[in-house]
Design a binder for this molecule. Structure first.
Ligand SMILES: CC(C)(COP(=O)(O)OP(=O)(O)OC[C@H]1O[C@@H](n2cnc3c(N)ncnc32)[C@H](O)[C@@H]1OP(=O)(O)O)[C@@H](O)C(=O)NCCC(=O)NCCS
Length: 215
């Protein structure tokens, strides 16, 4: 069951979005913390698939899509695009569709606001040394077979060739943390995300990892 890595193409969009949704909470479905599947898929992936698709790769196992890596070479450019071109439509949809009244969503919004006021959402600004960011996910059942490592290597080689200075990511999963350590990333920060505690059933950690790519 060897993974084949290839560049993302527009026809992968639906499959990629589905994997993002199915793996959003430490490798498990976003159902546990959010009601509104298309909305969350847009929030998680629209920038990468629609505005920087050249920084995404797909892993195929036995001809079927097993996972992806999506990335932004410059996080500040990503946020600018997200705030101006993606978030306004998402906010309108959130209010228009009634998602705002769903108990699960209210719990999440309340938790995020509480986290903001308690200072839990603060993290060091690492964007100068590590301007790029990535997200990587493999379907349940196909993990542990090398697809994640192969995807990561293709992404890192490409970004190194293009002179990207450094890359970072956040993970809430201990297994994810050991994957990044094993692949040469350095842990830069450890915090927690209390607003996921109820959905996860335990205190959720947050680890930020980084890797310098070019001097
Ligand atoms: C983390 C992840 C991307 C790794 O990809 P992968 O294809 O499973 O990993 P590989 O086979 O290339 O490497 C195996 C290593 O990954 C780590 N790993 C993380 N989650 C794992 C899982 N569920 N099963 C097996 N290995 C896992 C282990 O360190 C493992 O090393 P080991 O075999 O010595 O224990 C993938 O398991 C995944 O998507 N997990 C769920 C979501 C997640 O945690 N994403 C992290 C980014 S936020």
């Amino acid at each position: 069951m060897k993974a084949v890595i290839r560049p993302y193409q527009a026809s992968d969009r639906d499959a990629l979005r589905q994997i993002a949704y199915d793996t959003a909470l430490m490798g498990r479905s976003a159902d546990a913390f959010f009601e509104g599947e298309e909305f969350l898929k847009d929030a998680l992936t629209a920038y990468f698939t629609d505005h920087e698709p050249e920084s995404s790769w797909i892993a195929e196992v036995d001809g079927a899509i097993a996972g992806y890596v999506i990335a932004a070479r410059d996080e500040s450019r990503m946020w600018k695009c997200f705030l101006l071109r993606i978030l306004p439509e998402l906010l309108v949809e959130f209010l228009r569709s009634g998602m705002i009244f769903k108990v699960t969503n209210l719990r999440l919004v309340k938790g995020v606001i509480a986290g903001w006021f308690s200072g839990e959402l603060k993290a060091p600004d690492l964007s100068k040394e590590y301007p790029a960011v990535l997200h990587i996910n493999i379907k349940d059942g196909l993990r542990g077979a090398g697809a994640g490592t192969a995807l990561l290597n293709v992404l890192l080689d490409s970004f190194r060739r293009d002179g990207v200075k450094g890359i970072r990511l956040a993970t809430m999963s201990d297994k994810g943390a050991s994957f990044f350590k094993k692949n040469g990333f350095t842990q830069l920060f450890e915090g927690k995300r209390s607003y996921f505690n109820e959905a996860a059933g335990f205190e959720v950690p947050l680890y930020i990892f980084g890797m310098k790519l070019t001097p």
